[in-house]
Design a protein around this ligand. Structure first.
Ligand SMILES: [Zn+2]
Length: 230
């Protein structure tokens, strides 16, 4: 069986491929263009497909700002309704999901059909604050686990209006070390969907940023956690 994994990331509420300043410009981004590519890849795939959103969908575009901050009351529905058309199999939380506060975020997640995978944003009791730690999907008799992890960079906004006091983060690496070996036992393929970047150069292994706020852990994740297939 050949499994095709399709993924979007950092769509930031851009639906149409426009920047609104140049109305006729056809920009190389936007959910509508991604949807076209996803549909074409699904048709062309030799086997089953899985579609994952890697986070940062709720804030960034003028439309996302308008529905959250200009219209009263704030209503994420015009945005989430469009995202629901993609029918994601799993979606990770991005750091910018918190841009308009936890309350707005909860309203958006209630209106969305995206199955949230989130193993390291926790409540006071240590349970996932949103969604579930991982999802197991079966395709052609093969069990595929998708683990969701999010950059700890959100912590720098803690105690501000947008991140409540009772939001806790564990490092992506520590959570993956616990869960990946377990998922490896109960599934055939383990996918880690991590909203974050590389802290070291992939070519040389040299640090490319300060590690102080733990924003990016992907290099360490791949170095230290065995058993990640994708
Ligand atoms: Zn982000």
């Amino acid at each position: 069986m050949q499994l095709t994994i399709l993924s979007t990331s950092d769509t930031h509420g851009y639906i149409f491929p426009t920047n609104y300043v140049k109305p006729r410009a056809h920009m190389p981004f936007g959910l509508i263009r991604a949807a076209t590519v996803i549909a074409a890849e699904q048709r062309a795939a030799p086997g089953p497909t899985i579609t994952i959103d890697d986070g940062d969908f709720l804030a960034g575009s003028p439309l996302a700002y308008y529905v959250a901050q200009v219209q009263t009351p704030p209503d994420p529905l015009p945005l989430t309704r469009i995202y629901n058309q993609i029918h994601y199999d799993a979606a990770v939380m991005g750091n910018h999901e918190f841009d308009y506060g936890t309350q707005y975020l909860e309203r958006a997640l209630n209106a969305t059909e995206r199955p949230i995978v989130n193993a390291n944003i926790l409540d006071n009791a240590g349970r996932p604050l949103f969604g579930q730690r991982y999802r197991i999907i079966e395709r052609g008799g093969v069990k595929i686990a998708i683990l969701g992890l999010t950059t700890r960079a959100v912590m720098q906004w803690k105690n501000h209006a947008n991140v409540a006091n009772d939001v806790h983060f564990r490092t992506a690496v520590s959570v993956a070390k616990e869960l990946v070996p377990y998922l490896k036992k109960i599934a055939d393929i383990v996918i880690v969907a991590y909203h974050g970047g590389f802290e070291r150069s992939l070519k040389t292994g040299k640090l490319i940023e300060s590690l102080s706020n733990g924003e990016n852990e992907a290099y360490q994740l791949l170095e230290e956690v065995k058993g990640i297939d994708a």
